[in-house]
Ligand binder design. Structure first.
Ligand SMILES: *Cc1c(COP(=O)(O)O)cnc(C)c1O
Length: 401
């Protein structure tokens, strides 16, 4: 998908409609001022000059920072192009953003619905919520199964595509049911980024993400954000950020803003290569359980195509066993064995090493970077051949491949 328009049929903007790349390079830039930089550098300040009544925005560094303001504006433009009134708040990490929504919206006695196949730190959050007297229900992402446990819930939490299983749920359908039942809806949009999917346009109340991943894309900062249309809800999330102080440093915020300029370039390359890689693996004899939402035969594809504009840079698949998967990872030359995803350098990992995800021992989560597609695919196919040959230590080849 080219991403030169709204993609899902919704005009991205009115008459002056622009493409994703144009929007990404200009997002959040201040009005030009002669002799000032295009993107002002990070503002390092714990406090600001503040004589008299504190009426302006910048008083103390935990509340507001001009570098965050520009980044928040930029992310807001990507989350809801052409819309005013959407508020975006940046956080120190994705988990800080997630916790801010959940903990600012729920009270003792409320019920919340989470996916049971989502980000691996969520069960820690579930435990904490239960300790606060909040009822936590879970159901799989696949088949919109969260619908079945929605009754009486205050908040529905969606993660689509889910990490690491890459299942997809129908956001519009879940939002309709949740709103009819009086529940708010938050979507963890980390894997897709706003250029892949716009949860607020699909009806969600909160679009939440770890910008540590594809959004900033270089594997060098932690960051998160929450975007939301309702000013009262936004104020509650802002208040939570101030209470817990889960704020990003100005340097991280500035690096993130700088990285957003290449978001469309990176995603188009990475998502394109992810699909090419998936296609190269479809018929591979050692690969099973291959998943990528962009693959026409994938169980997620039909729903993904209705709500996504790019299908993400992650491909997952299963190798015959744990040792096989380790041999594959060892044999890769252009791909780092590392966690996380969405970066310009490809990474892959055997997900089962963490525990907690319901995945087979040979399950590989592969994050496609910005390398030349043919180089990457050659490397993967060669590593699969090496892995199929068995333990290199048996042949005295350890460390050479
Ligand atoms: C990484 C991730 C998070 C957590 O983000 P951090 O920035 O590591 O705190 C949340 N949700 C998803 C889907 C993620 O991949």
């Amino acid at each position: 998908m080219s991403g030169t328009d709204g993609g899902d049929g919704t005009p991205a903007e009115g008459p002056g409609r622009i493409g994703d790349g144009t929007r990404a390079v200009r997002a959040g830039l201040p009005e030009p001022v002669k002799y000032e930089p295009t993107l002002p550098g990070p503002v390092f300040a714990a406090h600001f000059h503040l004589p008299g009544e504190p009426t302006g925005p910048y008083t103390y560094g935990r509340d507001e920072n001009p570098t965050w303001t520009l980044l928040e504006r930029a992310i807001g433009e990507l989350e809801a192009p052409g819309e005013t009134g959407v508020e975006t708040l940046v956080f120190a990490s994705g988990m800080a953003a997630i916790s801010a929504v959940v903990l600012s919206q729920l009270r003792a006695g409320d019920a919340v619905v989470f996916p049971d196949d989502a980000y691996q730190a969520l069960p820690l959050l579930h435990e904490q919520l239960r300790a606060y007297g909040i009822e936590v229900r879970t159901a799989p992402t696949r088949g919109d199964a969260q619908l079945t446990v929605l009754d009486g819930a205050k908040l529905l939490w969606i993660e689509t595509p889910s990490n690491p299983g890459l299942d997809v749920c129908d956001v519009r359908r879940l939002v309709r049911a949740a709103h009819e039942a009086g529940a708010l809806v938050a979507v963890d949009n980390t894997l897709a980024t706003p250029l892949g999917q716009r949860p607020l346009e699909l009806g969600a109340d909160f679009s939440v993400a770890s910008d540590t991943k594809g959004m900033t894309g270089h594997g060098d900062i932690l960051l998160g954000h929450v975007s939301c249309r309702d000013p009262l809800r936004a104020a509650e999330v802002r208040r939570w950020r101030k209470i817990v102080g889960a704020v990003p440093g100005p340097m991280e915020a500035w690096l993130a803003h700088r990285s957003l300029a290449t978001l469309q370039l990176r995603l188009d390359r990475q998502c394109g290569t992810a699909l090419t890689l998936a296609e190269a693996l479809v018929a591979h004899p050692d690969v099973s359980g291959l998943r990528h939402p962009g693959l026409p035969g994938d169980p997620s594809h039909e729903v993904a195509a209705r709500q996504m504009r790019r299908f993400g840079s992650v491909v997952s698949f299963v190798l015959p066993d744990r040792a096989w998967a380790d041999r594959f990872l060892d044999a890769l030359r252009l791909v780092d064995d590392a966690t996380s995803f969405g970066g310009v350098r490809s990474t892959a990992e055997r997900r089962g090493r963490w525990g907690g995800d319901a995945v087979p021992e040979g399950f590989i989560r592969f994050s496609v970077g910005a390398e030349d597609p043919e180089d990457l695919i050659d490397d993967v196919l060669r590593a699969l051949d090496t892995a199929a040959k068995g333990d290199p230590a048996d042949e005295g080849l350890a460390g050479t491949g």
